[in-house]
Design a protein around this ligand. Structure first.
Ligand code: GTB
Length: 211
């Protein structure tokens, strides 16, 4: 059955791979599933046809026969459950890998998004200068904890998993801020993710659209 995802017709990042279709492309590449991409304009995101797929009018979405999904966490989890390659066989190791997916989305991504919002969309607000150090400190605190847990390991819990795919994807959003480089082990962790052939294919595919 054909898998179709949606992505920006033209991502505002100009091909840096920061829009969230990249993590879904990456998961599809890791599990070796071919896919098609339907490109959507910002206007079309808010039109009924797309809202029927995604109630919040965003990308990416995922269609496979009768199944339509939104939310990258749900999409990557679906792929990881359906196809081998992203979750361990052992039940406990699998549960821990899923825990890391949730940690990426629920614990690490929120302060990073707060920082992105502060840097890009609120930089001209009168309170921006006072608030920025607080926002940056919240990110640093989480990165320190994550870095402590990763230690000298390559991946968060044994072999590469959907948990790492999601964590690396979330951390990549920090790169323009420079904060990631304050944590060399996390910067190296992200670089390991980017070096995976599946990531490279996903990155190139989005670059072909947005570059
Ligand atoms: N929780 C949802 C998920 O994980 O799927 C969030 C989806 C989401 O935020 N989608 C964004 C979107 O469609 C694109 S990824 N936004 C349009 C809208 O809401 O109207 C966020 C994003 C956008 C642009 C860049 N960039 O240019 O650097 C990076 C990330």
């Amino acid at each position: 059955m054909t898998i179709t995802i949606t992505a920006f017709e033209r991502s505002p990042d100009g091909g840096k791979g920061l829009a969230r279709d990249t993590r879904v492309r990456w998961a599809l590449e890791e599990v070796g599933q071919p896919y098609e991409v339907r490109l959507v304009s910002f206007r079309a995101l808010k039109e009924p046809a797309h809202l029927a797929l995604h109630p919040f009018g965003q990308i990416p979405t995922y269609e496979e026969g009768e199944l339509a999904l939104f939310e990258t966490g749900a999409i990557v989890f679906h792929l990881a459950q359906r196809y081998p390659g992203l979750l361990p066989e052992d039940a406990n190791a699998r549960a821990r890998a899923i825990t890391w997916m949730f940690a990426a989305l629920n614990t690490i991504e929120p302060p990073i998004l707060e920082l992105v919002t502060a840097r890009i969309f609120e930089a001209d607000k009168p309170w921006a200068k006072d608030r920025m150090p607080l926002v940056v400190e919240r990110v640093r605190a989480r990165l320190k904890q994550l870095s402590d847990r990763l230690g000298t390991a390559d991946w968060l819990d044994g072999a590469f998993s959907a948990g790492d795919l999601m964590m690396v994807s979330v951390l990549l959003r920090l790169r323009p801020s420079g904060i990631l480089d304050e944590f060399p082990s996390l910067a190296a962790y992200v670089a390991r993710g980017e070096a995976r052939p599946a990531y490279k294919r996903a990155f190139e595919a989005q670059l072909a659209v947005n570059g």
